[in-house]
Design a protein around this ligand. Structure first.
Ligand SMILES: [Zn+2]
Ligand SMILES: [Zn+2]
Length: 347
């Protein structure tokens, strides 16, 4: 068996190790549960945080992944209302024609990866004979839209909802009998220093919010502390471990951080401007003898957005506020075009 069962009061939580599963996106356990619950006319909530058909395309011959011309991210692939493919950049929204050939080596050996909600719905209909309702942030991002959604749920009463993990506490009207999280570790892959904590909060909320007795969590990282703590509803233990981790790695609340971001269309200008300020900050630190102050320059996770290259200067220290007051006025950081984030959440 590729899963561990946790029991909390009446709830049964099944944590499935996807690295040992042969089927995607549904594990063997999830497939069995889907058949059983659908046959019994019960309601199923599926959580998948990819809102397209496929997250990226890759060539098997040369490994090329088509990227947006203006941003450093792979093009996602959708199907339009006439069921034809097109590509889109989820940052700048530039659209691209569907490709059947690799644009690098011109072979036909290309495939789509990263199952999005459109594809998931298609699979549910083809393999389980059920039409599902897709609820993404765009249909629930205002009070009016949430009330329309609630009305739709109470009148249509769909048997299966496909949800993105970004949605919060709507849909109180519609209570599921089974929850399946396609990837319980998807929130862990963000550059957020509290990614683990956020993942715990989301899973813990999901498990405890609904009076749903059956929850299946699928994960490639079944040893992860945020996932196991959520299975045990262990808020105290998770808090303790998260604080210890942040203390060891010197993250807030044990230190103060500041992030300076510079953007430019020309890479040379980007490097020159960032390097100059970096050197000046180092000089100021040595002058004030603030030896514990950490300063480093690093590119962000997405290096180019909307055609502009980006670079960060990160500052970390318990007494950072005093240093930054001096740095702002002496080095005119904002006037030089740097965006200042005094409480950065992600790196
Ligand atoms: Zn783009
Ligand atoms: Zn290729």
């Amino acid at each position: 068996m590729n899963f561990v069962k946790y029991e909390l009061d009446k709830k049964k939580i099944f944590l499935v190790d996807m690295s040992r599963e042969r089927t995607r996106p549904f594990s063997e356990l999830a497939q069995k549960a889907l058949h059983t619950f659908l046959d019994q006319g019960k309601r199923i909530l599926l959580i998948n945080n990819r809102s397209w058909w496929s997250a990226w395309m890759m060539c098997h011959d040369c490994g090329h992944i088509p990227q947006c011309d203006h941003c450093d991210i792979s093009i996602a692939w959708h199907k339009d209302m006439h069921w034809s493919f097109f590509g889109i950049c989820h940052i700048c929204k530039t659209q691209y024609e569907a490709k059947t050939l690799c644009s690098s080596c011109h072979t036909e050996n290309v495939s789509l990866y990263g199952m999005g909600n459109q594809q998931l719905q298609n699979k549910l209909e083809a393999e389980f004979g059920v039409k599902s309702l897709l609820v993404e942030s765009s249909v629930a991002n205002s009070a009016k839209k949430i009330s329309q959604l609630d009305h739709h749920l109470s009148t249509q009463n769909p048997q299966v909802l496909v949800w993105t993990s970004l949605l919060g506490n709507s849909c109180e009207i519609w209570r599921p009998d089974l929850i399946i999280v396609i990837s319980a570790d998807s929130l862990l892959h963000s550059p957020h220093y509290s990614a683990s904590w956020n993942n715990f909060c989301f899973l813990d909320w999901l498990i405890s919010w609904y009076e749903c007795e059956h929850v299946i969590l699928q994960s490639y990282d079944v040893e992860d502390t945020s996932i196991i703590s959520a299975c045990w509803h262990d808020l105290t233990g998770m808090k303790k471990r998260e604080l210890k981790r942040r203390q060891d790695l010197n993250y807030p609340p044990f230190t103060e951080m500041c992030l300076l971001l510079y953007k430019h269309e020309i890479e040379e200008n980007l490097f020159w401007t960032t390097h100059k300020l970096y050197q000046e900050l180092l000089y100021l630190r040595d002058k004030y003898e603030m030896n514990d102050l950490e300063i480093y320059a690093t590119p962000p996770l997405v290096y180019k957005i909307y055609g502009k290259y980006r670079y960060h200067i990160v500052l970390k220290w318990g007494g950072l506020r005093n240093f930054m007051e001096a740095a702002y006025s002496k080095l005119r950081i904002a006037q030089r075009g740097f965006k200042i984030d005094r409480e950065p959440q992600s790196l």
